[in-house]
Design a protein. Structure first.
Length: 541
């Protein structure tokens, strides 16, 4: 692998691959050669620093890393999450073909379908008003209590699918900070509220603490007997849910082969289903399934998740770019960058290979972003003229949902396209100077100012276009990025499906709680921690 990466570096140098502007000038068909479609989904990577030889090299890399074999093992239900001894089968949750999927000899599809049916019946009951609060009122507000994978997916997708939201209002409480639940409880009426406690493990301190606060709120306002009418739960740990006291009929399970950050397709999607209805939720699953079929079957050069992953690896390890910006020109995808941060950074922020040795590559990049056009007025300066090259990933719908605001959508499209064009083309010193002198600036001054107005150009970006942001399109987009993360993880030869890196902080927080409660002394901690504890406790007195 290392040698193949070195070869790619040499190829990039020899073929002048990073001169993207020159590549466009030399080849009128560059767009059609370096873009591909799947239905109405268009993936354009022609503004990345690729050429045929680079793609050949990336293909060799995929072969050497056995990406296709690893992909097949995932779909087959092999135990590929080796540190936790689990299969990785979020694809089973959206397996609309219903073909058998075996985990340790047992077909998981009957259980998947049974939970989906139970969720559907519950969601229908809440939406229609057949399932009421303790005082006989219809549920108007659903509050999801969860964090990480038990929060980010429903939060992101609910906003993304706002035009399809015809069920009760949704709220999300995740942070341990009491402000989060307190501000939410102020907005709701206990008689018409339903809390969904969402936690894969049902041990996460934030979720358990917020759930206890919510439980006390309902019991305090409506009496202990009302609790059963106002709570539901989603978890893989059904015994722990039972201990919390939630009615079994309102508990929706999933399985240890669903990673938290891949769980939006499972019962974790219940709030979304309540918001948009079972039919739309089904379309969302269809979208994910369409990408699964494509990822499994399409040849590499037409395989969008493969290409996305290979280009991601190329940016990181051949060209050495440290981060990637996710820039949806779609206000309703405002939480998509945050969603991808967990998906990508928790999956591929690793330093040890599948063979338990240190990795030989740079693994996952920093993933960040904001929707356009807001980002333009904040951080695009650095993307255009900063000293790091930051590959940008644009996404935009051909049609907005606001038919009478078509003009605003046209402005949105123009901005999106202008940004990727500007990143690629840039502006030379001569062009900058000519622009200034044409406006009457004298030569000496133009010489001083022009360098500040130079854009190096040749800054890579890729663009994803879809017809309209509907449940199917969103399902496709999420699955596309899930598989991209898979491909990159396979190339790094890491386990993308564990998350030991979040453990240490959790352990230390448990140890520090008695210290900040004033029950234990801070003397066993380092002087900074002890000093901070002292300052906080003094100020809180
Ligand atoms: O769903 P839960 O078990 O409550 O876990 C919630 C989150 O907590 C952890 O810290 C993990 O890093 C995440 O992957 C997970 O999504």
């Amino acid at each position: 692998m290392k040698a193949l990466v070195e070869n790619l570096k040499a190829t990039a140098r020899e073929t002048n691959a990073t001169d993207i502007r020159a590549a466009f000038a030399a080849d009128r068909n560059r767009f059609s050669r370096f873009s591909t479609t799947l239905g109405d989904l268009l993936f354009d990577y022609s503004k990345c620093a690729v050429n045929d030889r680079i793609l050949d090299g990336l293909e060799a890399l995929a072969e050497a890393a056995k990406v296709e074999e690893k992909r097949n093992a995932m779909f087959r239900g092999d135990i590929i999450n080796i540190t936790e001894g689990r299969a990785v089968l979020h694809t089973a949750l959206r397996n609309r073909s219903n073909r058998q999927i075996l985990v340790e000899g047992k077909d998981v599809m009957p259980d998947v379908n049974a939970v989906l049916d139970a969720m559907g019946a519950f969601a229908d009951g809440i939406r229609s008003g057949a399932l009421k609060g303790a005082t006989g009122k219809k549920i108007t507000d659903v509050i999801n209590i969860g964090i990480g994978g038990s929060d980010l997916g429903p939060v992101m997708a609910t906003l993304a699918l706002a035009p399809f939201h015809d069920g009760p209002r949704l709220h999300f409480v995740s942070n341990i900070d009491g402000a989060h639940i307190a501000d939410t409880l102020r907005l709701i009426d206990p008689e018409t509220a339903l809390f969904v406690v969402a936690s894969k493990t049902f041990t996460t301190i934030e979720t358990m603490t917020n759930a206890a606060t919510a439980r006390a709120f309902i019991a305090g306002k409506l009496g202990e007997a009302a609790v059963g009418h106002h709570f539901a739960a989603v978890s893989t740990a059904l015994d722990k849910v039972a201990a919390f006291g939630i009615d079994q009929k309102r508990v929706f399970g999933f399985w240890d082969w669903v990673g938290g950050r891949y769980s939006i397709w499972s019962a974790i999607g219940l709030p979304l289903m309540i918001a948009i209805g079972t039919e739309n939720f089904g379309r969302f699953l269809d979208g994910g399934h369409a990408i699964d079929e494509h990822f499994r079957d399409a040849p590499l050069r037409q395989n969008i998740p493969m290409l996305l992953g290979l280009i991601g690896f190329y940016h990181r390890n051949v060209l050495g770019y440290p981060s990637r910006a996710i820039l949806p020109y779609d206000q309703r995808l405002a939480r998509f960058p945050a969603y991808l941060q967990q998906l990508d950074m928790e999956s591929n922020g690793k330093g040890v290979t599948m063979d338990s040795t240190p990795v030989e590559f740079s693994t996952g990049p920093v993933v960040w972003g904001e929707p356009g056009t807001n980002g333009q007025h904040a951080f695009y300066q650095l993307i255009h003229q900063g000293t790091d090259v930051i590959p940008a990933e644009f996404m935009i719908a051909a049609k907005g949902h606001e038919k009478d605001l078509r003009h605003q959508h046209q402005l949105l499209m123009a901005n999106c396209l202008a940004q990727s064009e500007a990143l690629m083309k840039g502006r030379t010193l001569a062009e900058a100077k000519a622009q200034l002198t044409s406006k009457g600036m004298d030569d000496a001054k133009a010489d001083k100012i022009a360098p500040h107005r130079v854009f190096t150009g040749n800054r890579p970006s890729l663009t994803i276009v879809y017809d309209q942001l509907d449940p199917f399109a969103l399902g496709r987009l999420i699955a596309l990025y899930e598989h991209r993360v898979f491909v990159e993880g396979a190339l790094f030869n890491i386990n993308s499906f564990d998350q030991w890196g979040v453990e240490l902080g959790k352990e230390l927080a448990t140890g520090l709680l008695p210290v900040v409660e004033g029950k234990e002394s801070a003397e066993d901690h380092d002087s900074s921690t002890a000093g901070l504890v002292a300052a906080l406790l003094k100020a809180a007195r």
